[in-house]
Design a protein around this ligand. Structure first.
Ligand code: ADP
Ligand code: MG
Length: 169
C-alpha cells in the first residue's frame, strides 16, 4: 500500500536552485518512493529566521511512498545532511530544509513528526506550490479546500521564481 505524500523543499543558502535540484534527485532515488509531480520554484522573504539570510526558494514534490512517516523523515534528514545542513532546529539560513507537509490523510502528532505539518495552513510558501500541483486539494483534518487558506494578500508574498516546465531537469 502506498500513501501520497507532499514534501516541501526549501533553500536560502548557497546555490539555492542547485540545492533544490539535488534534493529532488536524492528523493527520487530513495527506496519505496516515486515522484509523481513537482511544482515550480517560488521565492519569498525569509520569515521567523534568526539571521538575515537571502530569500527562500521553495518547491513541493508529490510522491507515492511505501513505508512509514518516520522512515521517510529519517531518509529526508540524511539527504539534508548530505547537502550540507548542519543547523537542525536553529532557525538559521539553510542549504536545504525538507519537510513532510502531508502523509496521505494520516494525522500524527509525536515529538519527532507532526503531519499535517503544523504550520502548513499559515505558510503561503508551502500552500502556493502545493496548490499549483493540486488546486482542489482538501485538507484531511479541516475537510476544507486548501485554497481557502490563502488570502490574496498572503498569495502575493510568494513570487514565481522559475517555472518548472521551462526548467531542464
Ligand atoms: P524547521 O523545518 O521548522 O525549520 P528543522 O528542519 O530544524 O526545523 O526541524 C525541526 C524538527 O521538526 C525536526 O527535528 C523534526 O523531528 C521535526 N518535525 C516535526 N514534524 C515534521 C514534519 N512534518 N516534517 C519535517 N520535520 C518535522
Ligand atoms: Mg525542517
Amino acid at each position: 500500500m502506498t500513501e501520497l505524500v507532499y514534501i516541501l523543499m526549501g533553500s536560502n543558502l548557497g546555490d539555492r536552485e542547485h540545492n533544490l535540484a539535488s534534493a529532488m534527485k536524492h528523493i527520487g532515488a530513495l527506496e519505496g518512493i516515486e515522484i509523481v509531480a513537482v511544482s515550480s520554484i517560488y521565492q519569498s522573504d525569509p520569515i521567523g529566521m534568526k539571521d538575515s539570510g537571502p530569500d527562500f526558494l521553495n518547491q513541493v514534490v508529490k510522491c507515492e511512498y511505501q513505508f512509514l512517516p518516520s522512515e521517510l523523515l529519517d531518509s529526508l534528514e540524511k539527504i539534508e545532511v548530505s547537502l550540507g545542513r548542519t543547523d537542525k532546529g536553529s532557525r538559521l539560513s539553510r542549504t536545504i530544509d525538507l519537510d513532510v507537509l502531508l502523509f496521505g490523510s494520516q494525522v500524527i502528532d509525536t515529538p519527532r513528526i507532526t503531519v499535517p505539518q503544523k504550520d502548513l495552513l499559515k505558510r503561503p510558501f508551502a500552500l502556493v506550490p502545493l496548490l499549483q500541483i493540486d488546486p482542489d486539494f482538501v485538507h484531511p483534518v479541516t475537510k476544507k479546500p486548501l485554497a481557502g487558506y490563502l488570502s490574496a494578500a498572503s498569495r502575493h508574498t510568494v513570487t514565481l521564481y522559475k517555472d518548472y516546465v521551462s526548467r531542464e531537469v
